[in-house]
Unconditional design. Structure first.
Length: 215
């Protein structure tokens, strides 16, 4: 595990606007993703990212102050894709107004999240870096809290009661469990991934069936 005790700047210096700058920016993120897979998060540096991207280190520093900012941008891209799956899945059933429909399709949420993460180069390694690298852990927790808060708001509307501490706790358990199941599926052999997603979905489904019955 990488431990960085001093405060680290995670924000990009510049967001590219011109096409050439955008291509350079994307090349940096692609290089970082490939290197995460090849050498692991501990050995990544701005030097080897710049070399892989085909640019100079000063050119990289125009966009990112350090390697953690590069990893943060890469992680944000992955989490945005995952969160979009959740939003689309929930919106699909929100219109129908039946919480049981959501409970019956937890697998759809897990599989969608798994697919978009698997499609991203270094998707698994990005998820692991969010846990292993201290400056990124707060980013990961903030993203999970945001999704859990949204889920709690929706769940309270479905359940017809305020988003109190119990609903928030139920939402956090659901969201954290979902991402843990997806990561477990990605870490395992491909033959086991489907089984892990199915069994994980069944576990969460049973949990929410109990909540719906009690309400």
């Amino acid at each position: 595990m990488i431990v960085v005790r001093e405060r680290v700047e995670l924000l990009e210096k510049n967001k590219p606007k011109q096409e050439r700058a955008k291509r350079t920016y994307e090349a940096i993120l692609t290089a970082a993703a490939e290197l995460l897979v090849e050498v692991g998060v501990e050995r990544i540096s701005t030097n080897i990212v710049a070399e892989r991207a085909g640019i100079t280190v000063p050119a990289l520093y125009r966009y990112f102050p350090n390697k953690y900012a590069v990893l943060n941008a890469l992680s944000a891209s992955c989490m945005d894709r995952q969160n979009a799956v959740f939003q689309q899945w929930f919106d699909q059933y929100l219109e129908q107004g039946d919480p049981q429909l959501l409970a019956d399709d937890i697998y759809g949420l897990l599989k969608g999240t798994y697919d978009v993460t698997q499609e991203q180069v270094g998707g698994l390694e990005v998820m692991q870096a969010l846990r292993a690298v201290e400056p990124l852990r707060d980013v990961r927790l903030a993203s999970r809290r945001l999704v859990a808060s949204q889920f709690a708001t929706f769940a309270s509307a479905f359940l017809g009661r305020p988003a109190d501490r119990l609903v928030i706790t139920q939402a956090q358990l659901t969201i954290d469990s979902s991402y843990a199941i997806v990561e477990m599926a990605m870490e395992g052999q491909s033959l086991w991934a489907e089984s892990i997603l199915r069994e994980g979905a069944r576990m969460i489904q049973l949990y929410w069936q109990g909540i719906l019955r009690s309400d």
